[in-house]
Design a protein around this ligand. Sequence first.
Ligand code: MG
Length: 370
Amino acid sequence: MIIKEINIRKMKMTMKTPFVTGLGTFQEKDFLILEVKDELGNTGWGESVAFSTPWYSEETLGTNLHMINDFLIPIVLGKEIGHPDEVSQLFSTIRKNNMAKSAVEGAIWDLYAKRNKMTLGHALGGKQDKIEVGISIGIHENMADLVGTVRGFIKEGYKRIKVKIKPGHDIEVLRELRRNFPDVPLMADANSAYTLDDIELLKQLDEFNLTMIEQPLASDDIIDHATLQKQLKTAICLDESIHSLEDTRKAIELGSTQVINVKIGRVGGLTEAKKIHDYCMEKNIPVWCGGMLESGIGRAHNIALTTLPNFILPGDTAGSSRYWEKDIISPEVIVEDGYITVPTAYGIGYEPDCEAMDSYTVEYTQFKAY
Ligand code: MG
């Protein structure tokens, strides 16, 4: 296929409720949507999951826009591409900037699947026709509010509950949740809020029978996590520390992690995500798909990836209505009794809702190959 046209939309959407982590509060979501067209008029869609500020990683919407405009589009525009796996190879001359790469690569994967009349899940080698989903809940200062929120999501059928923790907002929160919900699969995400000095506190988490603790230590660490894992019964799951198959291999060899949270944007795209999935499967390390508060386009990519067989733990891909009054895809992502039925239409399986998409677009840039 020849990449004939790439359109970038700068989007602004407002989340229904603010999402609070140990590092910041979000309600406005500014992000990029990419539209890629081939010579036959097929269209693929991708999303940059970078946030507008560098709290999660060093990438932002601004850095992504720069990388995509000035470096990535010139590499693929007008180029003949046989298979989307070639894209990560083409981008390998550019260091890091994984979310920017992933936005372009994801749109090309969708394009490839549509052109070959298959679902994106099938194009990746996935087989599951429905996926189990969990929910990620931000920090609530009021405990009764949190318990009420969790109760609501359990009633909706979500398969596991993940709560954000930070120093001063950890043991008591988890104790109260366990008191109210003794049997629900529960996990905690620290977003790197602790250090090895907190080891005694972190050991206390073992009493809550958590399915895992996600990224307790520094976002660039795999050494201290190995030290911590030796002293914890609770499985550690790495998120921020994993950017590639190589990071995955090293973390597993060191014993730093027993579970991997795969985020397509963080690892540079679907090709690398699939490699990480395959390696973890070989090593008996379960994986799940994390979320970046995506719009429907990014959400659809997550669903397709989750159809691969080693995604055996529920991911963070909640339904559209969890975050948005109106999503930019049709139909919206719907969760029923904790499951999403994988769409069977070609590519990502959801159509962009052009009217909604236009209403959230604040800037539009077009690149054409002649
Ligand atoms: Mg996380």
